[in-house]
Write a protein that binds this ligand. Structure first.
Ligand code: PRP
Length: 208
């Protein structure tokens, strides 16, 4: 049997186990996320005008959230991605939102659903929302998996929020620390010392 078909073995699983060991506590587990996404999908389908929905996914953090949310929507979709960054792998916003793509999606006259993983300072959604309106979008509705309960650096309106969380640095379910942990299936808080670890498989540790 090819390696990819084996269940319960292989390096990938051991390495997820090692990443799990860097988590101080699970904040939102997979089952809770899934249930919340069901409700968010219903609200989005209810609110958007009939017809094709234009969705813009902010890379890279919103990839996992968007993939799971959009599969719950039965409406025809056009999916675009925008590569923007302001944290550059660290735990604090640089304060500057960089658009990393050479091309911007065509949104003139369209109702856009803008998806991001987390609302923190608000700078990212503010900058992208402003750019979408400049490009002629008829309406921009934002949805995030997580919103930190803290004052924003700029005013932003978010139409769909999965969960409100405290002001702590979280990883998993798309969110990273220095590019890692995005593939954890839950949202968790990183142990303070985890930043310097490397991910060497340890077969003795249980999977998740
Ligand atoms: C993170 C996150 C959001 C943004 C939220 O992006 O994915 O896009 O910051 O923070 P804000 O409200 O303070 O702007 P990051 O720059 O880490 O890029 P990534 O999505 O590729 O991880």
């Amino acid at each position: 049997m090819p390696d990819g078909l084996k269940l319960g073995g292989g390096n990938g699983i051991c390495q997820i186990g090692a990443m799990r060991n860097d988590i101080e506590r699970v904040l939102i587990d997979e089952a809770v996320i899934e249930k919340r996404l069901d409700a968010m999908a219903v609200a989005i389908e209810r609110d958007f005008p009939d017809g094709t929905l234009v969705v813009i996914i902010l890379l890279k953090g919103a990839l996992v959230f968007a993939a799971d949310l959009l599969r719950r929507i039965s409406r025809p979709l056009e999916i675009e991605c925008l590569n923007v960054a302001s944290y550059h792998g660290g735990t604090r916003s640089s304060g500057q939102v960089d658009f990393l793509d050479r091309h911007f999606p065509e949104v003139r006259g369209r109702h856009v659903l803008l998806l991001d993983d987390i609302l923190d300072t608000g700078l990212t959604l503010h900058a992208v929302g402003a750019r979408l309106r400049e490009e002629g979008a008829a309406a921009v509705h934002a949805g995030v998996l997580l919103a930190k309960d803290k004052p924003r650096a700029v005013a932003v309106t978010v139409d769909y929020v999965g969960f409100e969380i405290g002001d702590e640095f979280v990883v998993g379910y798309g969110l990273d620390y220095q590019g890692k942990y995005r593939n954890l299936p839950f949202v968790g808080v990183l142990k303070a010392a985890a930043g310097s670890r490397s991910y060497i498989a340890d077969p003795g540790r249980p999977f998740l």
